[in-house]
Design a binder for this molecule. Structure first.
Ligand SMILES: [Zn+2]
Length: 284
């Protein structure tokens, strides 16, 4: 959705509502959500009434927008600003909304992405696996076992997508378990010499180890792809100056999503996530 197309949907609240409804982000009831009577009708533009039990509800009922009063037009505009990677502060200024309101919207987008885009594809072919550490203000100990940092495991299909996840540790068991879930057996896996990758062959993967000292000598044996993702992710997370640890997995999923959709129109892709998330999200 480019700005010219978006302009049509945000021309007024009614059109924005219609768009959100057509995408399944707002719920349409054909019967009363309380008593299931089909005898319902619109009494004002923003209210529907059940003629059996006399309850009334608004257009946000039962949707992920129930907890917010942000106008639909601004919701759609906020999504455009999120797509364009605008900071919350700047987006709040552009939308004339409070910082916390916009922060809440952006986090809703992240939650929708994390909830719906993660489990649907597996990786195959030539695969790179690596772990990295995020967070922690002090430089301190580097690499494996860095105290106070969040370990993240990454799997990248060359020329394809990446999957990253916060892991409780970088033990062989933990990493292999994720590898088994996300990568097709028989794939050729490149890792460095870390011992946690020792079991890959046992589980049906072909495995090549990279010696960082000689990696440029033997042609294709490198893990530059996943290392490229780590620098992409770390550079971007710098901008957020200290993401709260509880929120970190959502930021990580956003980065995975942005990386995997780097050649696509992510506005429409996030709309799809929101639409699917509407079906499963806990309503606040
Ligand atoms: Zn009713």
């Amino acid at each position: 959705m480019n700005l010219v197309d978006l302009q049509q949907y945000i021309a007024d609240e009614e059109r924005a509502e219609e768009y959100l409804r057509s995408q399944g982000i707002l719920r349409t009831y054909d019967r009363c959500p309380w008593c299931a009577s089909t005898s319902i009708g619109r009494i004002r533009r923003t209210k529907i009434r059940c003629y059996s039990c006399r309850k009334e509800w608004g257009p946000r009922k039962g949707s992920i927008l129930e907890g917010t009063r942000v106008p639909f037009t601004r919701f759609l505009t906020a999504l455009k600003l999120f797509e364009l990677d605008t900071s919350v502060r700047e987006a709040a200024r552009q939308l004339d909304l409070a910082y916390n309101t916009v922060y809440g919207l952006f986090h809703l987008f992240r939650r929708a992405i994390a909830a719906t885009d993660t489990e649907r594809f597996s990786l195959s072919g030539e695969i790179e696996m690596d772990e990295s550490y995020f967070g922690g203000r002090r430089k301190g100990k580097r690499g494996r076992g860095a105290a106070g940092k969040i370990p993240v495991f990454g799997i990248l299909e060359r020329g394809g997508k990446v999957r990253v996840e916060v892991v409780r540790d970088v033990q062989g068991e933990t990493l292999l378990e994720m590898a088994i879930r996300k990568v097709k057996r028989g794939s050729l896996v490149y890792t460095d010499k870390f011992r946690s990758y020792n079991g890959l062959v046992t589980y049906g993967f072909r495995h090549r180890r990279i010696d960082h000292g000689i990696r440029f000598v033997n042609g294709k044996v490198y893990i530059n792809g996943i290392e490229g993702f780590w620098s992409f992710a770390k550079e971007r997370l710098m901008k957020y100056h200290g993401v709260r640890p509880g929120k970190f997995p959502f930021y990580l999923k956003e980065l995975e999503f942005r990386y995997n959709h780097r050649n696509r129109d992510i506005y429409d892709d996030v709309v799809k996530c929101l639409s699917e998330y509407s079906l499963v999200a806990p309503i606040e």
